[in-house]
Design a binder for this molecule. Structure first.
Ligand code: ARG
Ligand code: MN
Ligand code: MN
Length: 307
């Protein structure tokens, strides 16, 4: 399958309301400074920057009933969902620059609704060190960026679970998680109960990224919408230090490249989240620059000679 020649709309959601450390709010600007839009245009993609969606400031409070800043998280996700929905309806691929990972509730709710309206199947690739499958009852932090997958699957507060309409946005069977290496004890139980398909670092070590991606991409067809939710903490902190919840033992450069190249080979993504870049923790914007490099590969940049 070759890359779909779809137009792209990039937009920012500059907030860290779902995170436990400040600074992911500066992610969109860091990715722009690293040349994301220009890189896509250079690849021949019709990419435009729609600017940022707006939302409440981060009040920086303690969790209440297991959630930190739930009202603010809901407000930001509504804004993300509205813009992502509009772009999908206009036939454009939404690329959401976070911001922390709680914002994937809004982007994926939009995508799921779009799939229902157009009769498409959905596959979500969740590239992350974390499963992000906590609930208010079991979260160790109250940070909603540790809960988006659970919320999308129907476990969470009504305002997030029903963001895109009645009922859960997705089913666990539509998700493939890659690069996982930090799951809280009770979260692990929940993940098992719901049968999430997880390609953890141990499995990647054992079988290699090639086989992992073949499995994670198996069963895609022309009628499948592929959403990629790229949390930069899936990368090893040695190459991507600019993120708030670093976990050692992540993907190295070649593994990450191969992952992106194989997604491109499978036809590319139909929507993308690029989240958890935290410039306050970065060195000379290298995490944003690496993310741009990898997104270029996702859009078909290849150094292949033997093709
Ligand atoms: N999107 C992220 N970086 N999530 C980190 C989550 C960390 C931890 N599991 C928590 O729930 O607090
Ligand atoms: Mn995440
Ligand atoms: Mn993460």
């Amino acid at each position: 399958m070759s890359l779909k020649p779809q137009p792209v709309s990039v937009f920012g959601a500059p907030t860290d309301v779902g995170a436990g450390r400040r600074g992911a709010s500066m992610g969109p600007e860091a990715l722009r400074v690293a040349g994301l839009v220009e890189a896509l245009v250079r690849r021949g993609v019709d990419a435009v920057d729609r600017g940022d969606v707006a939302g409440p400031r981060n009040p920086w409070q303690k969790p209440v009933d297991g959630y930190r800043h739930l009202d603010e998280v809901v407000a930001w996700n509504r804004a993300v969902m509205a813009l992502a929905s509009a772009e999908l309806e206009a036939g454009r691929m939404p690329v959401m620059l976070g911001g922390d990972h709680c914002l994937a509730v809004g982007s994926i709710a939009a995508v799921a609704r779009h799939c229902r309206a157009t009769g498409k199947r959905l596959r979500v690739l969740w590239l992350d060190a974390h499963a992000d499958f906590n609930t208010s009852a079991i979260t160790p932090s109250g940070n909603v960026h540790g809960m988006p997958v659970a919320c999308l699957c129907g476990l969470g507060p009504d305002a997030l679970v029903h963001l895109g309409g009645p009922g859960p946005a997705i089913s666990p069977s539509e998700v493939r998680q890659i690069g996982i290496r930090s799951v809280d004890a009770q979260e692990k139980r929940l993940v098992r109960e719901h049968g999430l398909d997880i390609y953890d670092m141990r499995y990647i070590d054992e079988v290699g990224m090639k086989q992992v991606m073949e499995e994670a991409l198996a069963g895609l067809d022309a009628n499948t919408h592929l959403h990629v939710s790229f949390d930069v903490d899936v990368l090893d902190p040695a190459i991507a230090p600019g993120t708030g919840t670093r976990v050692p033992g992540g993907l190295d450069y070649r593994e990450a490249q191969l992952m992106m190249e194989m997604i491109a080979d499978a036809g590319g993504a139909d929507s993308l989240d690029l989240v958890e870049v935290n410039p306050a923790l970065d060195k000379r914007n290298r995490t944003a620059r690496l993310a741009v490099d990898l997104v270029e590969s996702l859009f078909g940049k290849s150094t292949l000679m033997r093709d």
